[in-house]
Design a protein around this ligand. Structure first.
Ligand SMILES: [Zn+2]
Length: 262
């Protein structure tokens, strides 16, 4: 029975693929030993893992002869693996570990990038939320200030009007068909051209033609009073004003200048 230290070379080849160990007797001995030796079995698993990581595993194309020789040469240079635990870190394992810092750096870089993206997204959301809140606070303060002003006990409420607008012309008529009398009071009337008068028309409720109801000229301040008898007991619907020649007219000359409103 061979000691398992003697299987080191065979084990490394066997780990690459069973066929790589082309000496049938050697392979049979190794397989017999593996059935009995758990230490070699776990070393085989470990070597298979290394081989797989380096793309030399039995799956896929067989490892090229040179790679196998290099592997064998490397194993030759290693101290014999007997029980010492550091031997379990075989040469393949050390090569893999040489790559580990690069892989770790890559993982760390990707992770850092993800964290940075997430952080900057969160930060910009927080910034816009803060801006919206600040804006709302300003609006709220404005609204509160306006309410305070309105409800302030010493607040003076005044309404201002234009000082330039001329007062609108206005005429009041009081008419009684039964008394057959009409009173007109005019104010703020526009001045008339020479030879013209304002003429009042009674628009009958029966829909008949407008009836002349007197003429007048306002004074310098635009005021006028007309008090006149109006025969016929006509029921009036509305009154209207036109501008006519000084003698007055029997039919209104358009346009109508003023009209009673209901
Ligand atoms: Zn063994």
């Amino acid at each position: 029975m061979k000691d398992h230290t003697q299987f080191a070379d065979s084990l490394a080849l066997y780990a690459l693929s069973a066929e790589a160990l082309d000496n049938a007797q050697e392979r049979a001995e190794l397989e017999a030993h593996l059935r009995e030796c758990s230490e070699c079995r776990s070393e085989l698993e470990s070597l298979r893992g290394d081989a797989a990581l380096l793309g030399l595993s039995a799956v896929g194309p067989a490892p090229p002869r040179r790679a196998r020789q290099r592997l064998m040469a490397a194993i030759e240079q290693e101290p014999r693996f007997v029980p010492a635990p550091p031997r379990r870190m075989g040469v393949l394992r050390s090569r893999w570990f040489a790559l580990a810092p690069i892989a770790a750096t890559l993982v760390l870089a990707i992770f850092s990038l993800m964290m940075w993206k997430q952080t900057s997204t969160l930060r910009s959301r927080l910034d816009s939320a803060r801006a919206a809140l600040a804006e709302q606070q300003v609006q709220l303060q404005d609204a509160r200030a306006v309410l305070d002003l309105i409800h302030s006990p010493d607040a003076m409420h005044k309404t201002l009007v234009s000082l330039n607008t001329k007062p609108l012309p206005e005429i009041k008529t009081i008419y009684s068909p039964e008394k057959q009398r009409l009173l007109l009071v005019a104010s703020s009337m526009e001045a008339l051209p020479a030879g013209k008068v304002y003429e009042l028309w009674l628009l009958p409720a029966n829909g008949g033609a407008p009836v002349p109801a007197g003429t007048f000229r306002p004074d310098a301040r635009g005021n006028a009073i007309m008090d006149m008898p109006l025969a016929g007991r006509l029921v009036a619907k509305e009154f209207a004003i036109t501008i006519e020649d000084a003698a007055g007219s029997q039919t209104p000359t358009m346009p109508i200048r003023m009209m009673s409103a209901g």
